[in-house]
Design a protein around this ligand. Sequence first.
Ligand SMILES: Nc1nc2c(c(=O)[nH]1)N[C@H]1C(S)=C(S)[C@@H](COP(=O)(O)OP(=O)(O)OC[C@H]3O[C@@H](n4cnc5c(=O)[nH]c(N)nc54)[C@H](O)[C@@H]3O)O[C@H]1N2
Ligand SMILES: Nc1nc2c(c(=O)[nH]1)N[C@H]1C(S)=C(S)[C@@H](COP(=O)(O)OP(=O)(O)OC[C@H]3O[C@@H](n4cnc5c(=O)[nH]c(N)nc54)[C@H](O)[C@@H]3O)O[C@H]1N2
Ligand SMILES: [Mo]
Length: 763
Amino acid sequence: MKFTAAHWGTYKVRQKVGKNFELLPFEQDKDPSDIGRGIESAIEGGSRIQKPAIRKGWLQSQKKQKNIKRGDDEFVEVSWEKAFDLVSKEIKRVISRHGNESIYAGSYGWASAGRFHHAQSHLRRFLNLIGGHTYSKNTYSYAAAEVIIPHVLGNFYEFLFDTTSWESIADHTSLLVAFGGVPLKNGQINQGGVGSHNQRNYLNNASVKGVKFINVSPLKSDLELARNVEWVSLRPNTDVALIISLCYELNKVKAAKKDFIDKYTVGFEKFARYLNGNTDGVVKNADWASEITGISREAIFDLVEKIKKSKRTMISVSWSLTRQSYGEQPYWAAIALASIIGDIGKPGGGIGFGYSAMNSIGNHYKRIPAVSIPQGKNNVKKFIPVARISETLESPGTSFDYNGSKLTYPNIKLIYWAGGNPFHHHQDLNRMIKAWQLPETVISNEWCWNALAKHSDIVLPVTTPLEREDIALSPRDPYMIFMSKVIDPIGESKSDFEIFSGLAEKFDLKNDYTENKTEKEWIRWIYEESNALQENNHKFPDFDAFKDKGWYKHPEPIEQQIFLKEFIQSPEKYPLDTPSGKIELFSEQIDCFQYSDCVGHPKWYGDKEYLGNTSKYKLHLLSNQPIFKLHSQLDNGKVADNEKSDGRAIIEVNRRDANVRGLSDNMVVKVFNDRGSCLAVLKTSENIMEGVVNIPTGAWLDPSKSDTLSCIHGNPNVLTLDAGTSKLAQGPSSHTCLVEIEQFEKEPPKIRAFDPPKIIKSR
Ligand SMILES: Nc1nc2c(c(=O)[nH]1)N[C@H]1C(S)=C(S)[C@@H](COP(=O)(O)OP(=O)(O)OC[C@H]3O[C@@H](n4cnc5c(=O)[nH]c(N)nc54)[C@H](O)[C@@H]3O)O[C@H]1N2
Ligand SMILES: Nc1nc2c(c(=O)[nH]1)N[C@H]1C(S)=C(S)[C@@H](COP(=O)(O)OP(=O)(O)OC[C@H]3O[C@@H](n4cnc5c(=O)[nH]c(N)nc54)[C@H](O)[C@@H]3O)O[C@H]1N2
Ligand SMILES: [Mo]
C-alpha cells in the first residue's frame, strides 16, 4: 500500500493507469480532510510548469541593460544545463559586485510536507555553502506574539505548543472564552503532516461534557457547536478594549485573585493605574469598552458575571488576533485577564493560544524529537522582520526599530524564493509589486504558474511530493508516514534537492552539498538520526519494516498537559524565562524601549484602521484562512472551487449592509479602498457582524489592466494594510483593513490566474 502525506492529511494512494491516481482517506484518520484531493486535478493541469523558463525581458536586459516589468512578460524555455549556467553566473556576479548580503533568501512559506524535501532548508543549505544570504525573522502567522511573549511569559514555543490539552479542558473547564473562536476549518492543517484529525472530536467532547463556550468574534462560524455556545460579536481589532474592561470590572468588584497576582506576576499596580484612568484620565470600564467594541454594556457585564461564577475559566486567543495593528496587545491583555482570574496552571484553566489553529494544538504529545537536513552556517548576519519585505526593497539603508534594536534595511539585488508565495501571503500587493521591480534578479523554484512564478526572472520547475519519496515526520504529530513516489516527475521538473545539487556543481561544491548521499540515503539518515533521539522505550521500528507498512504511530502519553503547571507549583524552582521570572503585567524592558506604539503594559490603541475610525470606507475586511485549501496551495485544483462562485472568491456580507447598498446574493461586486480593488461574489449572511465582510485568502492574484482592477479573482491582499504591528515586533497586520463594496456592473472578466504566461518554446 502506498501513502502520501501533506500538511492537511495522510492519504492512501490508489494507482490507476499511466499518471492517474486517486487519493483515499487514511484508515487511521478519524475526520479526513478533502483538501488533499485537490492535487488530483492540479498536478498535471495547465498551470503546471514544465521546463526551466527565463523571462524574456531579463534575458534581453542582460545584453541591453534595460528593464521590462516583472509580471507582464513572456518566458523563454531553456534546458536545465542553460538554466544552471545562467543562475550560477548571476549569483556569482551579484556576490562579487554587491556581496552575499544583497541576496535575500528569507523565502517565507509553507512549502510541502516531507522532512527531506523541505524547500527552504535546501535553498539555505546551498546559499550558506557559498557565503550566506540576508534572512528573515518570525512568521506571518503570529509574529507579534513571537516577539512579545518572551518579555511577558517566557519561551514562545512552550507557550505555543504546551497548551493545556483538550482532555484537561473537557474534564475541568467550566467556561471557555474564545477570542477569535475555535475555527475547526483551520484544524485540518498541521505543518509537516497529520495522521488523524482530532479537533472536531475534542471540541464536541468538551461541549458534551458541559464546557460552556463563548465565541467572541465578528464571525459566528468561528465556533460552531450544536449546544453550549454563545456568540458575542465585536468589531474586529477591538478585543483589547473588551479584555481590558473585563480586567477593570473584575478588579473593581474585588474579583481579581490577589494571591495569584502577588505570587506569580509583576507590575499589576502599574497596569491597575492604567485601568483606573490614573495615567490618562479614562476609566476602562464596561461603558468605555462598549463604545469601542460595539458590544452592549449589559453583554459585557454578563460576561463579567459568567467569569466570576465560573469554577474554572480558560481564556483562549486565536492566532489571527496577532495579525492586526498593535497585534502584540491582544496577547498581553489576555494574559493579564487570565492572571486576574487566577486559573493559570490549573487543570482546564488559564490561557490557551490558538485552539484549532492547527490539528496539533491541544493534543498532549510532548515534542517528538526529530532531525532535519543541516542548513550549515549563514555568514551574513543581516535579517529583516519577515513582513517588512516591501520596505526592504523600497528603502535600502533606512533604519527601523525592532524589539529594542535599531537596524537598517539591506540593499537587496537578488531574491531567491523556494517554498512560499509572497503574492499570496504579503499585504498591499500593489505596493509589493512596485517594490518587486527594484532588485536586479528574482529566481524561484515553483511547480505551478502562480503569481510568484510569473513575477520571477528565472523559474525552475519543482516536483510535487507525489513525484518523489519522502518521510512525513512532524514533531507535533504522532504519525510518521513513508511518502511513496506515485508518478514520475511531470515535464522536466526536479526536486529542490536536485536543483541545488545541480547549482552546487557549478560552484564545485556538489559533494559538500549532497555529502555524497542520494535522496534515498538522506531519507534513511533522517529516520535513523531521529530514532537515535527517541527515549529507549519509544524507539521507531527498523526503517525497512516502517517503509513496508507505510506508517508508524508514536505511543500516546497518558498525562494531560497543563500549561505552566510547574511554574505554578513552584515559581522559585521553575521560574519563567522572563527578566523577573514571573508573568510581566508591566515590563520594565519594553518600557525602556520607549515605543509610543507598545508601552510597558497592555494598552488599547485606538489610532488605527478599524470601525471606530471610518472615513470613506465603512466596512472592515477580514481575510481569514480558507476552508478548502492551505493558503494559495491547490487553488488550481477542483476542491478549492467549493469555496468559490463561478471560479471567483466569495465575500460574506451582513444582510443589512448588502441591503443598504442595493446588493444581493450572487452579484459580482467590486471591493475597494485606496490601496487596491478586487472582484468577488456576494453572499449575504446573518452569521457575520454588521459592518464586517470576509474574503478567505488564497485566490491566485489575477490583475486586469483593462478594468484597472488589482485582482479579478478575489485575492484580499490587494486591499490589506502593509504596516508593522508596532516597533516591537514589526509583524504583519492583515486583519486590519477598511473597504467599501459596490456592484460591478460590467461583464465580469474571465479569470486567467491559472493560465501560464506566454511561453516561447525551446526546440
Ligand atoms: N490577508 C491575509 N494574508 C495572509 C494571512 C491572513 O490571515 N490574511 N495569513 C498569513 C499566514 S498565517 C501565512 S502562514 C501565510 C502563508 O503564506 P505561504 O506559506 O507563502 O503560502 P502557500 O500558498 O502555502 O505557499 C507555499 C508555496 O510553496 C510552493 N511549494 C509547495 N511545495 C513546494 C516544494 O516542494 N518546493 C518548492 N520550491 N515550492 C513548493 C507552493 O506551490 C506555494 O506557492 O499567509 C499569510 N497571509
Ligand atoms: N483550512 C486551512 N487551515 C489552516 C490554514 C489554511 O490556509 N487553511 N492556515 C494555517 C495557518 S498557516 C495558520 S497561521 C492558522 C491560522 O489560524 P487563525 O489565525 O485562527 O486563522 P484565521 O482563519 O485567519 O482567523 C480565525 C478567525 O479569527 C477571526 N478574527 C479576525 N480578526 C479578529 C479580531 O480582530 N477579533 C476577533 N475576536 N476575531 C477575529 C476571524 O473571524 C477568523 O475566522 O491556520 C492554519 N490552518
Ligand atoms: Mo500561518
